[in-house]
Design a protein. Sequence first.
Length: 190
Amino acid sequence: MHVEVIDAAPHDSKIIKALAQQVSTTVAAKDYPAARVVLDALTSEIRVRTYSLSLAAYPDALKEAVRLLDQKKNDDASNVLLTALNTLLVVDRVTPLPLVLAREALNAAQAKSQNDKATAQTLVQTAKSEIERAKELGYAAQAPEYAALSADISSLEKQLKGKSDASSVFAKLEDKLSGFLKRQSQQERR
């Protein structure tokens, strides 16, 4: 297992959009190496890479090895088995760093909401920016959760400007964001 935190993406949405356009241009020109470099600059994630043996390949490899042994091709049978043993399955699980930062900003905002509303409002704005950044960076950019999170943050901003207790809105937002973050983190990329 290998864990890596990569935060190469800019925070400015104009720069993110310009880089996204550059990726489109380089892909259209079939300059894939250049596109990969630009895509790397649009990465802000915690990546957990797991290596495991591909157990699904063993039954076929064993059958093939038996067939080759029956034909007295011992070296070929050995090579088939070694290939199966040396084949690793790589699975990545990616957690969008902007969503983690948004959740932490909301937790800090909730802690400050009773005593220091100005700081809480700033932290909520940070959360809002990070959620938008996650969307712009393409972390499930078409997911309907982004619209719901945006609406809840707008509601929270209004409540923080007033005198009412915002704890129920914080709780609702925390549940939605944590659920969305969990779904994003559980997706496997092979």
